[in-house]
Design a protein around this ligand. Structure first.
Ligand SMILES: [Zn+2]
Length: 488
């Protein structure tokens, strides 16, 4: 084939052509003048092509190009609504260029056969590129590469796409830049900068009329991140919403399993708000709020509910007031976390090194000490070390301890259940005098390791789990919230 220099593609179509694989069959959907399929065939990139359009007029124009460049034996013209009249074996590379992002999504969606890794898509939206990217990610398509080109004073993106079946949801800011990198070209850099400016403007506009709007704040955040990306190359972070973090905790500690008296969930803030950084603490105290504000963390995940009793008044000395004032959200997971297989008591059993741990329906964990049985004092010593306590209270009864039940926090009344579960010892965080006496009579060693130490283990666990799930987000354990009890 002789290189035909007289057919010249503009930057936009030329970039599309660059992505087409060598020696393939091409389908060009919405072909207009059929420039691209003719060029690809005449330049030995494509072995054959179908130039399709929904309207006869563009096809007529296409025919003129085909005839002019003598490509009748390679390029077929076809009237087709999207991919409707294209046979699955007629194309390897499918080009859909020059239409809106939503229409491109609709065309792909209407042809289920394209969900196949053998096809390569070259997609070039004129508008709403973000809608197309969102469709692609959510439907198992992967944008393998993306570049930007300038044509007629506007900058367009061209995507090279394959189907992988790997669906990605909640892509957040990613839908505004996909695979574009400011390092790739000046065009890509300006595309990202422009997207940033537009989002900033949109966000600020919304916030002018409603300064609490989650969308307004989100667009401002995206706008800032994209501007920063264009300027310094700092890759944007896909920040989760408060709701997404809530849903993740809900997946292992369902909030609807919390006990009736409890109050759990998103107790303060905006479920649609973007999370910048997270502080994790057992309790939300004024000091913890100040710590979060200092760290620029706009979400606190805590174990104990920040609102427990019905609120009749909010004073400026109340923690809820402080949270609202600093624009900090709060998720509290209390008894639902106690009852969870990944909750407080399992964490404590693991911290104590217990084996074969199971969880009772009331949330008490039970397991066995590894190695030989311990007496009460030896066991209390073990608890002290493993839970990093400055001191513990325990009943020094004559006992051989092998099986241990644990109930963090105020769980003193569970001594009977502990006994029923076959335990020789029970570790809790608070126990009243009458239960201490009762434990004697049922020959159960009781170790009171303090409320804080028996529940602190879950904070480390939450930080670890949440960090693994939300890799772009920083989760920090509170440093100011520690044990308020000292031993002398
Ligand atoms: Zn507690």
């Amino acid at each position: 084939m002789i290189m035909d220099k007289s057919l010249h593609l503009d930057n936009r179509l030329s970039l599309c052509a660059d992505f087409v694989r060598k020696g393939v069959k091409v389908a060009d959907i919405g072909t207009d003048h059929a420039y691209l399929p003719v060029w690809l065939c005449k330049n030995s990139t494509a072995v054959q092509a179908v130039a399709a359009d929904i309207n006869p007029k563009p096809l007529q124009r296409g025919k003129e190009t085909v005839v002019k460049y003598n490509a009748e034996n390679m390029v077929q013209l076809r009237l087709s609504n999207g991919l409707e009249n294209i046979q699955p074996d007629e194309a390897d590379d499918i080009i859909i260029a020059g239409m809106g992002g939503e229409l491109i999504s609709d065309i792909l969606n209407a042809a289920p056969w394209v969900k196949n890794s053998r096809y390569h898509f070259i997609l070039q939206p004129m508008t709403k590129a973000e809608a197309l990217r969102e469709y692609l990610y959510e439907n198992g398509f992967e944008i393998e590469a993306e570049k930007a080109a300038e044509a007629e004073g506007k900058i367009y993106s061209v995507m090279s796409v394959y189907y992988t079946g790997n669906e990605k949801h909640n892509i957040g800011i990613l839908k505004y830049y996909g695979r574009l990198s400011p390092k790739d070209s000046d065009c890509a850099k300006s595309y990202i900068a422009k997207a940033g400016t537009a989002l900033l403007k949109k966000g600020k506009g919304i916030l002018t009329s409603n300064c609490f709007s989650s969308d307004g704040k989100k667009y401002v955040d995206y706008g800032k991140q994209l501007t920063e990306y264009a300027e310094s190359g700092a890759v944007p972070k896909n920040k989760p919403t408060v709701q997404e973090i809530y849903s993740f905790i809900d997946s292992f500690a369902p909030f609807d399993t919390a006990l009736d008296y409890d109050n759990v969930g998103i107790l303060v803030g905006d479920s649609n708000g973007l999370v910048q950084r997270v502080l994790v603490a057992l309790d939300i105290t004024p000091e913890v709020v100040a710590e979060a504000a200092k760290l620029k963390a706009n979400l606190i995940v805590s174990h104990h509910p920040v609102i427990f009793k019905p609120v009749r008044q909010v004073k400026n000395t109340d923690v809820t007031y402080m949270l609202a004032q600093k624009d900090i959200n709060a998720i509290c997971a209390h008894t639902n976390l106690d009852l969870s297989l990944k909750g407080v008591n399992i964490c404590m059993a693991n911290a104590l090194g217990l084996k074969d741990v199971t969880l009772d329906s009331e949330g008490i964990a039970v397991g066995n000490i590894e190695g030989k049985a311990l007496n009460s004092r030896q066991f209390a010593q073990l608890v002290k070390e493993k839970l990093h306590c400055s001191g513990v209270r325990f009943t020094d009864i004559e006992n051989k301890i092998k099986r241990v039940a644990v109930g963090g926090g105020a769980c003193g009344e569970y001594i009977y259940l502990a006994k029923e579960l076959g335990a020789e010892a029970f570790v809790t965080g608070e126990i009243k005098h009458n239960y201490i006496l009762e434990s004697h009579s049922i020959n159960l060693t009781v170790v009171d390791a303090g409320h804080y130490r028996t529940e602190d283990v879950v904070v480390d666990f939450l930080v670890k789990e949440l960090s693994a799930r939300f890799k772009d987000t920083e989760f920090i354990k509170s440093k100011v919230f520690t044990d308020y009890i000292d031993y002398i």
